[in-house]
Design a protein around this ligand. Structure first.
Ligand SMILES: CC(C)(COP(=O)([O-])OP(=O)([O-])OC[C@H]1O[C@@H](n2cnc3c(N)ncnc32)[C@H](O)[C@@H]1OP(=O)([O-])[O-])[C@@H](O)C(=O)NCCC(=O)NCCSC(=O)C[C@@](C)(O)CC(=O)[O-]
Length: 339
């Protein structure tokens, strides 16, 4: 067969792929930085002081991030790293929206007791799509957790507190296997119905693949009519699939993604080996290289990651940060590329 005939289908396929991939991505995304909560919560030591955390949060703010989870009002005996979350309030830098995880009414009361500026702070509530993880993470069955959070959100909304929602184990659960997308849909609808402005879909153990992520979003958006504007992606990178899953979700219309600088973290109740979120550096690189605006300066973000690595005395997991710090990406055009 002549070479031109062999090339033609390939060129057509490439054209089709490029136009689909770029046209279906949003023009900008909002990144929600969770390293100061999800990233740190599993670490028993070193426990970071309030001033160390504030210095880190200032560096994150300087990078241009506009939405940052700063801490949680949870049991300090099980999550000692979050015990000083309240002391951050009042000293948070101007600019971002600051989020605090609250597991119950007591968490909301503690949040309010620290006189938060309600124009720049919010709480986040969290449920599980699976019964087993609900018991481990919240000590309550799903129905009870949802009913309790219904009251928390009602009271929060009465006092004009914005509430973000999370659903964990949206793809699969290490304790019960694959998650039925209908369970996720039920939880998402209940959280939105009670007054959460957005629900972040937690692939807590990183079991997702682009195929399962697309199937979940298809169920939520196409079959149940959930507005994609109300959804965020929260992908852990346990199996190295998080970037691929983010790309798939973005192509399905999701435009809000949680990330953790340096890929720090993991839920302490999600079983052994639960890894951190997709590194925020990877999110910035992935999107900016495809012309999708993040508003984040990657060099300043990497500087924040270096600072955190120094505090924790451990290397970050971000390949992008490592490449840019070590200038391993050197190609003909890369050194001149503006990031
Ligand atoms: C789940 C509860 C609240 C059970 O709290 P409970 O139902 O109230 O249970 P309890 O009454 O048996 O209380 C247990 C202990 O927690 C204390 N307590 C209770 N509530 C509070 C509070 N608000 N602030 C401070 N202390 C609290 C309470 O005082 C008691 O202390 P003790 O008497 O044993 O000394 C508690 O065990 C807890 O705070 N656990 C930590 C949960 C947590 O932080 N999980 C990780 C975050 S979720 C996550 O990472 C997933 C996510 C969001 O990232 C998305 C994803 O990746 O999928």
């Amino acid at each position: 067969m002549p070479a031109t005939r062999l090339l033609r289908p390939l060129q057509t396929a490439t054209r089709r792929f490029s136009s689909t991939a770029t046209s279906s991505l949003p023009s900008s995304v909002r990144l929600v930085e969770v390293s100061a909560r999800d990233g740190l919560q599993a670490l028993k030591n070193p426990i970071l002081t309030t001033s160390q955390k504030l210095e880190y949060l200032n560096k994150l703010t300087a990078s241009g991030l506009t939405h940052i989870e700063a801490g949680s009002f949870v049991n300090p005996k099980t999550i000692p790293q979050m015990a000083n979350s309240g002391s951050l309030m009042g000293n948070l830098p101007a600019g971002p929206l600051w989020s605090f995880l609250t597991p119950n009414q007591r968490g909301l009361d503690a949040f309010l007791a620290h006189n938060p500026d309600l124009t720049t702070t919010e709480i986040a509530v969290f449920v599980s799509a699976t019964e087993e993880f609900s018991m481990r993470n919240l000590g309550r069955p799903r129905d009870k957790a949802m009913a309790d959070f219904g009251e928390v959100v009602r009271k929060a909304r009465e006092t004009d507190v914005k509430v973000r929602g999370y659903v964990s184990m949206v793809i699969a659960c290490p304790f019960s296997g694959p998650t039925d997308p209908k369970e996720v849909g039920d939880a998402v609808e209940k959280l939105l119905g009670m007054g959460c402005y957005e629900v972040s879909l937690g692939d807590t153990n990183g079991f997702g693949t682009p195929k399962t992520v697309r199937a979940l979003l298809h169920h939520l958006v196409k079959e149940r009519g959930v507005s994609v504007d109300k959804l965020a992606g929260h992908f852990h990178d346990t199996y190295g699939m998080a970037v691929a899953n983010v790309q798939a979700a973005a192509e399905e219309g999701v435009a809000v993604f949680d990330g953790s600088v340096g890929g720090l973290g993991g839920c302490p109740f999600a079983g052994p080996g639960a890894a951190g979120n997709v590194a925020t550096e990877e999110l910035v690189w992935l999107f900016e290289k495809q012309g999708v605006k993040t508003g984040v300066n990657i060099e300043k973000l990497i500087e924040a990651g270096r600072f955190m690595s120094g505090l924790l005395q451990r290397q970050g997991e971000s390949k992008v940060a490592r490449a840019l710090m070590g200038k391993r990406t050197v190609t003909q055009e890369e050194p001149k590329a503006k990031l």
